[in-house]
Design a protein around this ligand. Structure first.
Ligand SMILES: [Zn+2]
Ligand SMILES: [Zn+2]
Ligand SMILES: [Zn+2]
Ligand SMILES: [Zn+2]
Length: 520
């Protein structure tokens, strides 16, 4: 036994032998599996809703360890597996409810036309890749088919301007670290990829608008008229009779470009309640949605603002392949549970697949990762940092204009400044799971449900002041993060793992029913 684990075990024994051990375990339960819980001190006040009457007050000094433990809530499986697991469960439910209804979403959504589309980034230079032209395996999960040669060329003698081979005949296996790495680092356009990642959110936004425009045009051609709704201002507006709600996950590919997996659902408009979720007009089908997605994907290109390194900006468009599938059709094997599980999986991932993972970079830490002459990832991070540099000391728009008039400043602000902020994400600044407001329930609703469940579950053991129907407000201060000792972490994690195991089995069993990570 190493001295490290010996110390930890001694701490654990000491804690477990203390008279208040089970009270401590219960007290830390909500944060039990968390890697680095937040520790808070202060006063907790139970208030009667409506009257605001204070029913009870407690200082955290009276609690075990004199602190309140709160789970860190990190969504990244690489940072806190347990908090990410809770988040993935919520993500599954959010996505699933948008397809089948449930938890305030009407069950009628299951009849709306839906497609599941994958939007990819274009090529920024050839990379090593693995592809299987024809699968002969029984199940993809245990695929043992032979991949094709990576980049075979009939003119095998070809080299790039840097004298490197332009072909690769290797049949890469699935774990080959070469996958996603450029054939020639000097030919590869790292700047373009960094900017593409950075602008992909805007590209998506405009693509979705274009999809809706296409569908509106279809309505017009078929004589489906606009709907009159009352806006918040009270004015009557005519709006298109159809809209698209989406749930979307970003996946980082091995080459370090993001792509998006998106559920797109056709919704209608209720003239009496513009927030209501109603079926789309009859006469619009999944074929129309499919066609609109394909048309918009081909059509939309964003040209980014000028940059001193490239005054004409960069073109940002989707790659050649857009994959559009239907859900729940008889021929397809894509079910709503599978799609929801798929999106939930990506919701807790970040850049890990590229082999790189770090927190936000600063001028002090960037040199450890960025290198214009380095490997693929070092060059991508360098591109983010270099393109995001302050081009001039512009403070306000007026100051910029004044200085520009005086002729000593480029009047364009650096629209790329955010690339530095997102350099650790290889330029991508968006969330890994997003949804349209109308698509489904909110994460907040699921969290509140869980908190209410925890309160009622404990109501019989806790004092009556803590029962449902009261609101607890805290004046709490942050005292630190992490467990007090490694022994505490061990005990709390073990207890949490046992609880999780029961839920994990439940999750798998319920994959085809309304799956419930929280008690409904
Ligand atoms: Zn955590
Ligand atoms: Zn290769
Ligand atoms: Zn196969
Ligand atoms: Zn080259």
């Amino acid at each position: 036994m190493s001295t490290l684990t010996a110390g930890r075990d001694a701490q654990a024994l000491h804690r477990a032998a203390a008279p208040d051990y089970f009270g401590w375990l219960e007290h830390t339960r909500a944060a039990g599996g968390c890697t680095r819980p937040i520790r808070l001190t202060g006063t907790l006040t139970a208030v009667e809703p409506g009257t605001g009457r204070v029913l009870a007050e407690q200082h955290t000094d009276e609690l075990p360890d004199g602190t309140l433990y709160k789970a860190c809530g990190n969504r990244r499986a690489a940072q806190c597996p347990d908090c990410a697991w809770v988040y993935a469960g919520d993500a599954f439910q959010v996505v699933r409810c948008g397809l089948t209804g449930g938890k305030t979403i009407p069950a009628t959504v299951s009849a709306h036309p839906v497609v599941f589309a994958t939007f990819t980034a274009p090529s920024f230079g050839p990379v090593h890749h693995r592809h299987i032209p024809r699968h002969t395996c029984a199940t993809r999960r245990r695929c043992d088919c032979r991949p094709a040669p990576c980049r075979a060329r009939s003119t095998a003698a070809g080299t790039c301007p840097h004298g490197r081979p332009a072909a690769c005949f290797t049949r890469h296996d699935a774990e080959d670290p070469q996958l996603g790495r450029p054939l020639c680092l000097d030919c590869y356009d790292h700047d373009h990829q960094a900017v593409w990642n950075y602008s992909s959110g805007e590209l998506w936004r405009r693509t979705k608008q274009a999809i809706e425009r296409h569908l509106t045009a279809v309505c017009r051609r078929r004589g489906i008229s606009h709907v009159q709704v009352v806006a918040d201002s009270g004015r009557i507006r005519r709006v298109p009779p159809v809209r698209v709600s989406h749930g979307k996950a970003a996946e980082m590919q091995r080459r370090g470009a993001v792509h998006f997996h998106v559920l797109l659902r056709l919704d209608g408009v209720d003239p009496h309640d513009r927030h209501a979720l109603v079926p789309p007009p009859a006469g619009l089908t999944v074929d129309d949605l499919d066609a609109a997605v394909h048309a918009a994907t081909r059509q939309i290109t964003v040209t980014t603002p000028p940059h001193p390194d490239r005054p004409q900006g960069w073109p940002v468009a989707w790659g050649e392949q857009v994959d559009v599938r239907r859900i729940g059709t008889s021929d397809g094997d894509v079910t709503d549970a599978k799609v929801a599980a798929y999106l939930a999986k990506y919701a807790t991932k970040s850049t890990e697949v590229t082999g790189y993972c770090s927190t936000r970079l600063t001028p002090d830490t960037v040199d450890a990762y960025a290198d214009p002459e380095g490997d693929h990832l070092a060059r991508l991070i360098d591109a983010c940092w270099r393109l995001g540099r302050p081009t001039r000391h512009h403070t306000t728009r007026t100051a910029r204009k004044t200085e520009a008039r005086q002729g000593d400043l480029d009047p364009t602000p650096n629209e790329y400044a955010g690339l530095r902020r997102w350099a650790h994400m290889l330029g991508y600044g968006g969330h890994f799971l997003t949804k349209a407001r109308r698509y489904s329930v909110t994460f907040g609703l699921l969290r509140d449900t869980r908190a209410a469940y925890r309160r009622t579950e404990h109501a019989d053991t806790a004092d009556s002041d803590n029962a449902a129907g009261t609101v607890t407000v805290g004046t709490l201060a942050f005292v630190g993060s992490g467990w007090l000792t490694d022994g505490d972490a061990l005990l709390a994690h073990t207890a949490a793992a046992q609880r999780r195991e029961r839920q994990r089995v439940g999750r798998e069993e319920l994959a085809h029913e309304a799956w419930s990570g929280v008690a409904a």
